[in-house]
Design a protein around this ligand. Structure first.
Ligand code: UDP
Length: 325
């Protein structure tokens, strides 16, 4: 298939693009480099454009069989300060893309969704039919887009897979691509920055939660496991499979302290770190029930936390060296 990958110059999108290529699909990256990085799109056919630009999109979609839509804003805190930015981009521009797909006869659509649609879950692990009660505009924007896809399926024949990610982590084994957020708010890259001196210390947000060691539990999933699930979801649609919504996680949780200990083991030294207050809006435990994805796609996340940390560390070091020369 020839696949348009929006946000293919971003963290998860660049892994998705490579996973497609490895399976023999043709990839066209569509990115405006607002938060994407040219180096992550290297080696791919590229169209520079906005997801809200119907004219450029219509030309880009002419010979395309399917779309993987990764392009979005994804900072929870920013979404609370500036919800307009999130609804304009994640919903408004996303709908321009969806409408242009329908008009151009592109009916296979893979969407980057998020566990943030569940908000503070009543039960863990979380299955797809658990209540959807986002607690921030980011989660609302992703859920709104899911509702649009669900409405477009019977009306316009759109077939979609909405993939709700838990905590994406790690990098491709090649070390060529990885997580490059600015500012960096995610636990593993933030911890690695504290290891190299790029930040003074890692702040651990709260150790008074109702968990075995008092720190929050998350379901970390290797970005290559995520990327492979995207390709399988697309192939499922191409084989005539119906639209669906799937959680992507491992089903296994780790506390922040466990992640820190794993990082210290991998890099061979202690991190400068300090316990600080809770970060507002952090649920104590988020854990996926990934059984629907496993059954439907014949997929299972196989990579360990250790592999996520080791690959992220390799990327971090290669980049530090590249910047130094
Ligand atoms: N976290 C932390 N210090 C940081 C960044 C994150 O203690 O500098 C914690 C955060 O409170 C949460 C977990 O690590 O419990 C994962 O946070 P992250 O931002 O990576 O992902 P989220 O679960 O918010 O999507």
């Amino acid at each position: 298939m020839r696949v348009l990958v929006t946000g293919g110059a971003g963290y998860i999108g660049s892994h998705g693009a490579r996973a497609l290529k490895r399976r023999g699909h043709e990839v066209v990256i569509y990115d405006n480099f607002n938060t994407g990085h040219r180096e992550l799109a290297q080696g791919f056919e590229l169209i520079e454009g906005n997801v809200g630009d119907a004219f450029t999109l219509a030309r880009a979609l002419r010979d395309i069989d399917a779309v993987m839509h990764f392009a979005a804003h994804s900072l929870v805190g920013e979404s609370v300060q500036n919800p307009r930015k999130y609804f304009e981009n994640n919903v408004g521009d996303g709908l321009v893309l969806l409408n242009t797909c329908v008009e151009c006869g592109v009916h296979k659509f893979i969407f980057s969704s998020t566990a943030a649609v569940y908000g503070n879950p009543r039960e863990v692990p979380i299955a797809e039919d658990a209540p959807k009660q986002p607690v921030n505009p980011y989660g609302f924007s992703k859920l709104s887009f899911e509702y649009a896809m669900q409405s477009y399926d019977p009306a316009y024949g759109l077939r979609f897979m909405s993939l709700r990610y838990f905590n994406a982590a790690g990098c491709d084994e090649s070390g060529e691509i990885g997580e490059l957020h600015d500012p960096e708010t995610h636990l593993i890259p933030a911890a690695l920055q504290s290891a190299t001196g790029a930040r003074n210390e890692l702040q651990i947000f709260g150790d008074d939660y109702q968990t075995p060691d008092g720190t929050c539990i998350r379901d970390y999933i290797h970005v290559d496991d995520l990327a492979e699930a995207h390709v399988l979801a697309l192939e499922h649609l191409a084989a005539g499979g119906a639209s669906n919504i799937l959680n992507l996680g491992t089903g296994k949780g780790h506390t922040v302290k466990e992640v820190v200990t794993t990082i210290e083991r991998v890099i061979g030294r202690e991190l400068p770190k300090r316990i600080v207050g809770r970060r507002p809006g952090d649920p104590p435990v988020l854990l996926a029930d990934p059984s629907r994805a496993e059954k439907m796609l014949g997929w299972k996340a196989t990579r360990s936390l250790e592999q996520m940390v080791a690959s992220a560390w390799k990327f971090h070091q290669l980049r530090s060296r590249a910047r130094a020369v």
